[in-house]
Design a protein around this ligand. Sequence first.
Ligand code: G1P
Length: 295
Amino acid sequence: MIKKAVIPAAGLGTRLLPATYAQPKEMLPCGRKPTIQYVVEELKAAGVEDILIITGRAKRALEDHFDQDFSLLERLKNSGKMALHKEMRFIEELGINFYFTRQAKPTGLADAIYLAKDFVGTDSFYVALGDTIILSDPLGLFLKDLAKLHLQKGVSGTIGLEKVRKEDIQKYGIIKGTYLGERIWHIEHLIEKPSPDIAPSQLAICGRYVFTPEIFSAIEKTPIGIGNERQLTDSIKILIEEGADILGLEMSVDGRRYDIGNPITYAIAYIELSLKDPEIGDFLKLYLKKLVENF
Ligand code: G1P
């Protein structure tokens, strides 16, 4: 079992301005919960015990969100709001050890991950992007499948993949590989945000990874890439060039990924996750039906 995870959450969220002017994009709610809480709950379901969140400027709310506020709990109890009281004890119930560190400059995903070197130590670890929610049934199954494959095959990295539409290729890291069956790919090449005419496939890196600590020496050798940032995709490419085996695992058809990184996909995530919420979902469904009928 993999016990440690890193959540990079230092990105500037420029595409979501003005909503992200004074708050982290990872704190934007999807229904009643902020995005980062879904990511943490998925990691918990996969058996993670220690999480390092990489934050940056104007991201302090992320630390506050995973810090128990005892006076709030007291107030909720005293005013008889027991359901909320129970819900707001989620930090205690998660039982996860949280660690935070700051990326001083937004120099890319690879540099953010590099900050986890000491935290990780010698074992394999998960990386779960803080702006991507992945739902599977049961929760955490996709991460567990990634870890199982990674540990069984003894590879240097295992990457979650999802087939995307041609027009979305340019938003992602795209892989080229050989299909081994059962949703598994042996990755031979990757390229960060290629234009669709040179993209080797429509298989995109979906924001979930498992790495051995070998990734850190690859990051040290990674030059600045597209967007003037050090790209994790380029570090993985270096590992492959050095002879390491990297596998990809496609999400299963019943898995669902929500990328909150731009206004449209964020709106979709907000609507769909609100509809799934047991408290507000049923009402919202009826409301949306009426709204669409009268459109
Ligand atoms: C990052 C990765 C990219 C991956 C994507 C998934 O890009 O660099 O390879 O496909 O996340 O969401 P970003 O969305 O940070 O630009």
